[in-house]
Write a protein that binds this ligand. Sequence first.
Ligand SMILES: [Cu+2]
Length: 489
Amino acid sequence: MRIDRRHLLEMIGVTAVMAGSPGRVPVLAEESAASAPAEPADYTIRIGTGLVELAPDHIVSTTLYNGQFPGPLIRFKEGQRTVVDIYNDTDVPELVHWHGQMIPSDVDGAAEEGSPFVPARSMRRIAFVPKPSGFRFYHTHVVAGADLNRGTYTGQAGPLYIEPKNNPGAYDQEVFLVMKEFEPAFSRGGDMAMDMLAPGVPIKELEETGARADEEAKGTPKGYEVGYALFSINGRMLGAGEPIRVKEGERVLFHVLNASATEIRSLALPGHVFRVVSLDGNPVPTPADVPLLWLGTAERVSAIVEMNHPGVFALGDLSDDDRAHGMGIVVEYSGRSGKPRWVSPKPFRWDYARFGEPGATAEPDETIDITIVKHNAAANGFNLWTLNGEAFSMDKMRPLYKIQEGRRYRLKFRNASDDIHPLHLHRHSFELVRLGGKPTAGVIKDVVMLGGFQEIEFDFVADNPGRTLFHCHQQLHMDFGFMALFDYV
Ligand SMILES: [Cu+2]
């Protein structure tokens, strides 16, 4: 989606009109019930079923925000109180989660933290002060379980940018890219093994723990996985939408979001390099050039590409099959035409530490060890996930960890499974401390990929009181045990 001011103003204008649509009884959140009801909303999100034309011969029906995919680009101003009306036109309760923002639990949009649902056929008004600045996003946060018409399998996701108080911006064009699959289906086939994270050497002890869990499963094969028929960037299959039009010498700032429910995505532009400037919307200490990007579910990368190789190219995923089914978008230099070119890049290991700085992070006040184990097909044919032996219970909603405001916590994850897990902490960001035994500092994120049979350590400061959810962002994992709650004492 290309951004221009006129378009943005139109979008705001449209939503302001929709906020006043008649015939509905608003259910107001407690917070706003006390404030003036006449206050107009700054934004309105409408959840409802609609169509997405991925290509003329591929029109899918799913649940959308404001009738479109991706949901409208929202631009908040850092530190400026914002009122959002969320209308739920569906027959099931919904939740809008403000991913990557440090806001209170009741508006964060996670039931586990105590955010109220937006009831079916009703609305809810929320208000909060957006922060911190940078590239965030918003998406549904309900349990999908075995229902592929719910949760992040639907089209409920949209990019969100929180404008900093002062914008540096040394670029000519800003382009938001939302990567997303459609038409999901379960299969018995195992996850495709992916080996793209540094350092990539499996830890023997974790392999042994994983093997013991397999033995306990008594030869039960692995549980269901999800595959997709259609792939898209900004809701269009490769070649079906408008190209990104560039001029030679231009510096284009790409904000890339992996809005997949379950997949890890990659992105390359033949003949060009990405200068990564931000991860998950947070500027990195060492911007660095890379030939391609890897993004776990819900991760964001902001990167500048200098357009110095005129032609027509596919900016696309490395997987030939996924690209053939739509995962890409055409980049077209002015004055150039023809079929988009694709050249597969050489293998490249993704290493977050490349963007960090040497030197040590602050010492934590406390370290929490968490071992992740997969129990094959233990939940009605789905893999069940445990953290230190416990699968999260949606019925009990018991906080596993008590934390204290002001303290710095180090989370040390040990992955005794062969899957990559995009680990996500709500309402806080964290600093990467150690990746596969290698120290780093200064990389601030809210989602990080943990490779199969690997370890990772990150620190967060307990600076936003309230229930805080931690989970794997892979919908199939979070729905089947891979969650934990932190609560402030
Ligand atoms: Cu996971």
